[in-house]
Design a protein around this ligand. Structure first.
Ligand code: 5AD
Ligand code: SF4
Length: 487
């Protein structure tokens, strides 16, 4: 057992760390890793959930506040700046409070933030999470602003110390970074070029999770479709191998690999489907130009793979798609959706849309409206465009006024809500298989699960059903949540 890290006026008390997570699932995963590593080093973890659950609610104040940040939209950064302001005030009352940042804002702004926010003690890069416990100790010892932001290597940490919030569901990052050049997007700057975790390590980690009781894994990456993992354990020692021997030698049960001896995303999926007690596999996010027929076929023939496909469209206008450098036209995209629906008829499709991108005229917005009407997504995340410093689009004029962005955003949201409602109502009275993950957060006596299309369902039932699949008849739907009855 490591020694406990103590703090505050009571020398025997463990040092309390509050982790606030902003942004995507990759950040949720990283926060769980950070929490697990800190706990193993003797820290007490106060919260590693979504940003909403304030530590003060529990009547305790933290010794360390770590914010795991997101840079994708301006709004996400503004919220962190707001919190830093509030924490600066809290630090005046408690000068021992340690304030730290992790995640994409650290990669984007680096040490500049120390000058802007003197109350900030610590910055930890996405490839340095392992060093968090010792860095916190360093801050305590030196009381100097301290940072560790490594530039190379992979920003994925697999550890059995991970502090998972669910017993049955786990995130599993398989690649990070992005080689696409969508002009609005800061990810290639914050997360760098694509790096994939070798397939053998992904398989090993998935098997370890399943041995711990996990039944549903969500594979994560900025663009999982361009996953290109080496079969061997270490990237650096493994050049692109082409020899037949190495192709034949790897794989739990005759795994096929790409021509150059690597494992592609569809192949990785098939390989994971062979893990016996792994019941469900989801993945996010996909890029339309890498979403291939082969991938669709793999989904179609593997019932373990989730029937939810998230495929960001961003805009329905070819002119805007070109300005965004999305590498596809609306027609290319629509053809892919049609083909996917043809071979996987029960697929639920969701998307991301940006309203008010540079140069977006009324007719471009209209094209996006038509796309939503035509494709009829099960869900869409719709965002107002905000220029991100350093991205190619930051050089283009941000010429759609805030009022127009808000108006277009609102219009698309209203339309999509209507479509989602209609699509969800079509599920009513059907009996579907639901994976029972947890108790409902709102009502203790109710259980919470997700259908194969990843639609949320709450229903009455005993705790003993947790971790199992149940047939549930969907009887009511409100917003995005169904109410069901076990049949
Ligand atoms: N402004 C608004 N939305 C953005 N996204 C990415 N960059 C921006 C930006 N600068 C959205 C895209 C992406 C999602 C994760 O965030 O829709 O798919
Ligand atoms: Fe950003 Fe485009 Fe890469 Fe997605 S595919 S992470 S939007 S650059």
């Amino acid at each position: 057992m490591p020694e406990e890290i103590t703090g505050g006026s009571d020398p025997k008390r463990k040092l309390r760390v509050y982790v606030a997570t902003f942004g995507c699932q990759m950040n949720e995963y990283d926060s769980q890793v950070a929490g697990g590593l800190l706990k193993a080093e003797g820290f007490e973890i106060m919260g590693d959930g979504p940003e909403g659950d304030s530590p003060q609610k529990r009547g305790q104040s933290p010794d360390v506040v770590l914010m795991n940040t997101c840079s994708v939209r301006e709004h996400a950064e503004d919220r962190v700046y707001g919190r830093l302001g509030m924490l600066g005030k809290a630090k005046k009352e408690n000068p021992n409070l340690i304030i730290g940042l992790m995640g994409c804002m650290v990669e984007e702004h680096r040490e500049k933030l120390f000058r802007r926010f003197p109350q900030l003690d610590l910055m930890v890069g996405t490839r340095n999470i392992k060093e968090l416990p010792s860095l916190i100790e360093e801050v305590r010892r030196t009381r100097q602003q301290t940072s560790r932001i490594k530039q190379d290597g992979i920003s994925i940490e697999y550890t059995d110390l991970i502090h998972r919030t669910s017993r049955y569901h786990a995130w599993l990052p398989i690649m990070t970074g992005c080689n696409k050049v969508c002009t609005f997007c800061i990810v290639p700057i914050t997360r760098g070029a694509e790096v994939s975790m070798p397939a053998r390590e992904v398989y090993r980690e998935a098997s370890r999770l399943v041995n711990e009781g996990v039944k549903w894994i969500t594979l994560l990456g900025q663009n999982v479709n361009s996953y290109d993992g080496l079969p061997a354990a270490r990237h650096s020692e493994e050049p692109r191998r082409g020899d037949e021997e190495s192709r034949r030698s790897f794989g739990p049960s005759g795994l096929r690999m790409t021509e150059h001896g690597r494992v592609s995303f569809p192949e990785l999926l098939e390989m994971l489907c062979q893990i016996p007690d792994l019941e469900r596999i989801s993945f996010t996010t996909s890029h339309p130009s890498d979403a291939t027929e082969e991938l669709f076929q793999v989904i179609a023939r593997n019932p373990k793979i989730s029937r939810r496909f998230h495929l960001p469209l961003q805009s329905g206008s070819d002119r805007i798609l070109k300005r965004m450098k999305r590498l596809h036209t609306y027609e290319d995209y629509k053809k892919k959706i049609d083909r996917l629906r043809e071979i996987v008829p029960d697929i639920s499709i969701t998307t991301d849309i940006i309203a008010g991108f540079s140069g977006e005229a009324a007719e471009d917005h209209e094209a996006t409206r038509r796309a939503l009407e035509e494709i009829r997504y099960d869900g869409a995340y719709i965002f107002k465009y905000s220029p991100r410093p350093g991205t190619p689009a930051a050089k283009l004029p941000d010429d759609v006024s805030l009022a127009v962005k808000e108006q277009r955003n609102r219009e698309l949201l209203i339309l999509q809500k209507e479509i989602r409602g209609e699509k969800n109502r079509a599920w009513l009275a059907q009996t579907v298989e639901v994976f029972v993950e947890d108790r409902s957060a709102k009502r203790e006596e109710e259980l919470l699960g997700h259908t194969l299309q990843e639609k949320k369902v709450v229903f009455g039932g005993p705790e003993g059903l947790l971790g199992s699949f149940q047939h549930v008849t969907l009887v009511e739907v409100k917003d995005e949540t169904f109410r069901g009855v076990i049949s």
